[in-house]
Design a protein around this ligand. Sequence first.
Ligand code: CDP
Length: 226
Amino acid sequence: MHIPDITIAIDGYSSTGKSSFAKIIANEFSFLYLDSGALYRGVTLFAIENGYIGDDNTINVPELDKAMNNLDIHFGPEGTYIGDRCIEKEIRSMAVAGKVSPIATVAEVRNFVDKKLREFGKNGRIVMDGRDIGTTVFPDAELKIFMTADPLVRAQRRADEMKAKGMETDLQDVLKNLQERDYIDSHREVSPLSQAEDAIVLDNSHMTMDEQVEWLKSVIKERFGL
Ligand code: CDP
């Protein structure tokens, strides 16, 4: 299916399958997929490894802010990179998941990530997923989807995904982490997770991926008169 040169913004709660959905759509329409959460996760890994966030999640904002001036984080063939080091596996760990939402509350971090995202997405024909893409990063996106699903369904999906990657997982830990992140993400001061007024809600608790893709295609056909 050929669709116009639009920007598709996909926001929503943790582990609703945004990135899997976004990747499939990007493939289907020959769009570029950009995972904004990966950049927040990458900054979090960087902060952990360099001691800018403590065990109690206290963040040394001035030092982190200064260090981000030299942080070369970007996407490459195997996912997310810092310089030429692929960090894709590390950023999906529970250690990073446990600290990413506090890091993502920091205004300086959000400015840093927003700048990168706008630069990476400036040529259009992109699908970007996150928490504030339709509200803050690309408020003019022509198509905005807001994804949600039952928390237990989401936790089970994320635990299965981690297990498939050979990571140790406990369903209750995963559930607790996603509920904590949803809370912090929805209540932070800067760009909280919220549904854009012009976003369409997709609750995929009881939908297969194929059903979601079909649903999106029908939305696009109707919206763009194809
Ligand atoms: O994959 P999952 O939905 O669990 O999360 P993610 O997209 O990898 O994002 C990880 C975390 O980054 C989120 O819980 C948010 O705290 C933060 N984030 C954000 O604040 N704004 C975005 N646009 C994307 C992610």
